[in-house]
Each structure stands twice: as C-alpha cells, then as structure tokens.
Ligand binder design. Sequence first.
Ligand code: 6GU
Length: 227
Amino acid sequence: MRVSIVTIFPGLFQGVFDYGMIRQARKKDLLQLDLVDLRDFAHDRHRTVDDRPFGGGDGMVLKPEPVYEALQAIQETDQAAPRKALLSPRGRSFDQALAVEYSLLDHLVLVCGRYEGVDQRVADHMVDEEVSIGDYVLSGGEFAALTIVDAVSRLIPGVVSKSGSVLRDSFMDDLLDCPYYTRPAEFRGWKVPDVLLSGDHQAIENWKKREALRLTRERRPDLLKRN
Ligand code: 6GU
C-alpha cells in the first residue's frame, strides 16, 4: 500500500517512520510513504500557500490551488484513483473500522489541514472525505496523519506476523483488550492472577473474555451499546 501525505511540514515526519511496525512494513515493501511538500506547488517567490480569509477574521486560510496541483501531481503517478482524505477537526471520526478499510487500499492520500482553516473548495471538490482523529483541536493535520499511518500500517496484510494479536486488539470486536502480564509471577508482592499460571487454556480464555467485558463495562459502556 502507498500513503501520500500532503503537508507544509514534511520535515516533521523525518525519523518517525523509521521505528517499529511502520519500519517493518516499509522494509517488507508492504508500505510506501510519500511526503509531498505543499510549498512545492506554490508559484510565487515566497512559496505562499495561505491567504487572508474572505469576509475577515483572524488567521490564514490554505489556498486551494497548491492543494489542487499537489493532488494532480500525485494522481499522475498512479493509474487508479487514490482515496483522498482531508484531515480536519470537522471530519468523520477515524476509528478501527476506517483503519481496516484504509489498510485494504492500494493508495491513500492524506491532506494535512491547518487549524485556522482550509479553503472550503478543497473539502467540497478535491477529496473523498474529511477525517478527524478526535474531539480536540490540533494545530494541523500532521499528527493526525501520523496516527492514521500507525493504525493502518499494522493492519496491512503481512505486516504483523501473529495476526491473532491484531484480531484480539481493543476495538477490533468493540471491546477493550484484556490485561496482560509477564514474568515475574510476583513482583513486590503484586501477583499475576492465578488462572494465567494454571495451564488450563479454556479457563484462561474465559478469564480473558470476562476481563475484556468487565473493563469495557467499567470504562467504555458506550462500546457495548453500539451493537
Ligand atoms: Cl485531523 N486536524 C486538526 N487540526 N485537529 C484535529 C484533527 C485533525 N483531529 C482532531 N483534531
């Protein structure tokens, strides 16, 4: 899968894709990341990509032309039409279902907005959807893009060798994940639950399910009401 990220801060992404699961996915050639500098598609000496809002108001608004040209340039490198998302706090909420959907795409384009605003014609005419990662305001879409790339890359078929652990994730079945323990069995008097040391696989599976349900009921009852 290929992910293209359109941003005014390509340097912000330097290094972050060189660790963990994203590094593995790239090394196995299952994930290709392209950083596209929006300023490369500005035409003036100062490489201007924003301007003052019509109708007045504080802050600057991202201009439509550089975004359009960046998307054109990306699409010229691709026979099929990519899925394009504008990252903005006004978007639909990114969740595990959308992560799964994205992980099955050949090519995803993420356009990082700025918090002051993006010319509305980008959302209306140039992308398939607007996506938000939660109900808080970021200064731009860059950290949302990172979050989405992380969530999606670990779902790309072949990236995680133990696919069972992906299936058991929190949210994969609308439940929080159960607690985990490793050695030592006792540390400073804090004991690992006996059942996990029992060797009784059926009892262990039952415990994991019960704990997942208990945690979900306690912390995220909204998840149980979804079905
Ligand atoms: Cl995608 N962008 C911005 N600027 N703020 C956000 C967001 C995105 N998602 C949540 N808050």
